[in-house]
Design a protein around this ligand. Structure first.
Ligand code: NAD
Length: 533
């Protein structure tokens, strides 16, 4: 039975359920922390309650304005306007440092919203699982004859996002050893069905098949493996290394000491975390020299290591440029949908629909159905491309209209074609050198507003990511109405369309061909004399 509505309509109710859901599946809901060490759903509890009250009362002709997790205005707009617009954690360039962020945070003026935390789009560890799986699959294809059978992956971190790694590794057919410093995190991933076994010693871990969570510090275990002459086939790390104060446990510290020293001696903690990261990255570089496939999994670990003296840290490649850029050139990225009714049957119906409409997704959907547990609102992620997302969302909206499924929310990770600039993750080595230009995510957010999306947000990095990134997020509620159909069509087409045009503009032929195939943009290219190119 679907719970009764508490708001004036499904659009508002859907957003409220998404806000509640990011806390239900988040890491430290009592502190409003969802994932990535500090990423929060709302500024503080009074802000949370004020957002809930505003959503409950919000009319369709209004827009709720949220600044760094705090509701600041309820403006009169119109029924086609977004219901919620947000800006989270944006600081002016010169001031955007971790230290200044922590100061503003302690004054209660700002939060790090992560990508999907403050945007109420987080769906638990599934949110990155297909991305991680695709990377492993691409590595298998490129380096191991198409299969990871019998191969060993070494990684670290079993947090909100890192917790997806063991399941993605097993889905890709590999054995995967994940070093995690907090035993409670290992237990949590086992309880949630993302990890198979816990080990408390390296010997035990090395003798265990499947996915293994090894209790220990990555800065100690990686060098220890080298000393023993063990060279894993694939090496990465997904601790929250981006944040030196809250995200990476320094070597030799207990969890309790870490918590205490963070308060009493923050500078020492940051120094020790940086030195430990440097040790881990040195080991990763040595693994690479000895033949492992090593990649940065989006946590800024290379930048931190370089700051702490590892000059060649960037010899390790980031996963996006190496494996995902060709997908982004086609507007393919981490699209996701959530069953607002709470019914797994709604997701099952959409799984069937995806397989029927896009047979190439059958393998992924079969794997997801077999392996991915339900966390919070039933959800699915699938890397669909330009046009496909719209096609699926419109079919889903029609099913809602026919009463065959309940309302569905559609969203995506911020790490998508048009929506992120992060010169060390998303946009490293762009062909035209546009790595650090954040116009694209800002344009993306404005285009989503123009396309009448339900929720639109602009985020920049906070904590250790301060000064590193800007991104935009978008959410739509398919409530079965014609108006929802129009919002879905315009927003989803324009979202991926702009992404493809971004890569086309940067000179990627695949994106130029995709733009041509889909007749995107319509602005001709001219030389300085006005002759069409
Ligand atoms: P989290 O804070 O929920 O978890 C981090 C985990 O690392 C914790 O369980 C912590 O105990 C463990 N850890 C910290 N130091 C350790 C050490 N020295 N040795 C072993 N374990 C240690 O963070 P999360 O949500 O899992 O995110 C992890 C990182 O991935 C972040 O930097 C985040 O920004 C990044 N991220 C990447 C992507 C992507 O697309 N690849 C997506 C989302 C997040």
């Amino acid at each position: 039975m679907t719970e009764p509505l508490r708001c004036r309509g499904w659009r508002q109710e859907g957003l409220l359920r998404l806000l509640e859901n990011v806390l239900a599946v988040g890491e430290k809901p009592d502190q409003l922390i969802v994932y990535a060490s500090l990423a929060k759903a709302a500024r503080d509890w009074p802000s949370f309650h004020a957002i809930v009250a505003a959503l409950k009362d919000l009319h369709e002709e209004e827009t709720l304005v949220i600044q760094s997790g705090k509701p600041v205005a309820r403006l009169r707009t119109h029924a086609q306007a977004p219901l919620v617009v947000m800006a989270n954690c944006n600081m002016v360039g010169r001031w955007a440092t971790p230290e200044y962020f922590y100061e503003l945070q302690s004054k209660g003026l700002i939060i790090w919203g992560g990508l999907t935390a403050a945007a109420w789009q987080y769906i638990g560890s599934q949110g990155v699982i297909q991305g991680t799986y695709e990377i492993f699959a691409a590595i298998a294809e490129r380096h191991f004859g198409g299969s990871l059978e019998g191969r060993l992956i070494l990684t670290a971190g079993l947090g909100g996002m890192g917790g997806a790694q063991p399941l993605a590794g097993v889905m890709a057919g590999a054995r995967i050893l994940v070093v995690e410093a907090d035993e409670a995190q290992i237990d949590k991933r086992i309880a949630r069905g993302f990890l198979q076994t816990k080990a408390t010693s390296l010997d035990e871990a090395l003798a265990t098949p499947g996915s293994i969570g090894l209790l220990g510090n990555a800065a100690d275990i990686y060098p220890e493996l080298l000393t023993r002459g063990i060279v894993p086939d694939i090496v990465t790390d997904q601790t929250a290394a981006h944040d030196l104060l809250y995200g990476y446990l320094p070597s030799g510290y207990s969890l309790e000491q870490w918590r205490e020293l963070r308060e009493s001696e923050p500078e020492r903690v940051m120094q020790d975390a940086g030195l430990a990261i440097a040790r881990e990255v040195s080991a990763m570089l040595e693994f690479q020299k000895r033949g492992s496939i090593v990649f940065d999994n989006g946590n800024n670990i290379r930048s931190q290591a370089r700051q702490f003296g590892i000059a060649d840290a960037f010899d390790i490649k980031v996963f996006t440029e190496a494996y995902l850029r060709p997908l982004f050139c086609q507007g393919i990225g981490p699209f996701r949908w959530m069953a607002l009714s709470g019914q797994p049957a709604d997701i099952a119906a959409l799984d069937d629909l995806v397989v029927q409409e896009f047979p190439e997704q059958a393998r992924w959907i079969d794997l997801a159905r077999a392996h991915i547990p339900v966390e919070g609102l039933p959800a699915r992620i699938a890397w669909l491309g330009h046009g496909q997302r719209t096609q699926l969302a419109l079919r889903a909206n029609a099913l809602v209209a026919e009463g065959k499924i309940g309302p569905i929310a559609f969203s995506r990770d911020h790490l998508d074609a048009a929506s992120m600039t992060h010169p060390n993750i998303m946009t490293e080595n762009m062909r035209d050198g546009s790595d650090a230009i954040s116009d694209w995510p800002l344009l993306n957010a404005m285009v989503s507003c123009s396309s009448m999306a339900d929720l639109v947000t602009i985020h920049s990095g906070g904590g250790g990511y301060a000064g590193y990134m800007t991104s935009s997020g978008v959410t739509l509620i398919a409530d079965g109405t014609e108006a929802a159909g129009q919002r879905l069509r315009l927003t989803l087409d324009n979202d991926t369309g702009l992404g493809v045009l971004r890569y086309a503009d940067a000179g990627y032929e695949l994106a130029q061909q995709t733009a041509e195939r889909h007749n995107l943009g319509g602005i001709g290219r001219f030389d300085a004399e006005g002759r069409p190119l």
